[in-house]
Design a protein around this ligand. Sequence first.
Ligand SMILES: C[S@@+](CC[C@H](N)C(=O)[O-])C[C@H]1O[C@@H](n2cnc3c(N)ncnc32)[C@H](O)[C@@H]1O
Length: 178
Amino acid sequence: MFAAFADTVRAGSGTAVAELGCGPGRLTAHLRDLGLEPFGVDLSPVMIDIARQAYPGLRFEVGSMHALDLPDASLDGVVSWYSLIHALPADVPGYVAEFARILAPGGHLLLGFFESEGGPVTPFDHRVTTAYRWPVDELARIAAVHGFAETGRMLREPREGERFRRGHLLLRKEGRRD
Ligand SMILES: C[S@@+](CC[C@H](N)C(=O)[O-])C[C@H]1O[C@@H](n2cnc3c(N)ncnc32)[C@H](O)[C@@H]1O
């Protein structure tokens, strides 16, 4: 899905990408290796310190995905890879609205999350704190409300030692650049 995201972004008009909830930055670095110009944002200053030390050539900032210090329509791509999993379900539409605000028309969004395998949005006892499993269709619906069209999805069955199916959604913000 990262390769598909990178190909899709590179086929457009720019390569500026944010990884929101980047943690230690390993996927921000992967996005760079895929030919994009990424930076990472995380709520945790500890994670941002780790990321800066691990990848000194990349930019990492402390910030929250629900209110980013970024101009409207300033990015070609946004990745939220397992960073919405702890958000209260009622707050998720607000996060998606923020992703839509910072993406340029025609920009791309990649979401990774735990999938609910036919059930509704379901909390579970993640080792950090409560997390939520989402129906892939429900996240696609919320994204559609905020102006995203689905480009592709992947459901990955749990590997050995994993409990849940994974959901991955690739979405395009509607509209064209001037
Ligand atoms: C499961 S980790 C994923 C890290 C990274 N995306 C990866 O896959 O390696 C989730 C990260 O999201 C961050 N996060 C959670 N809520 C956030 C928010 N509102 N704004 C920014 N980061 C947030 C956490 O601090 C944590 O580092």
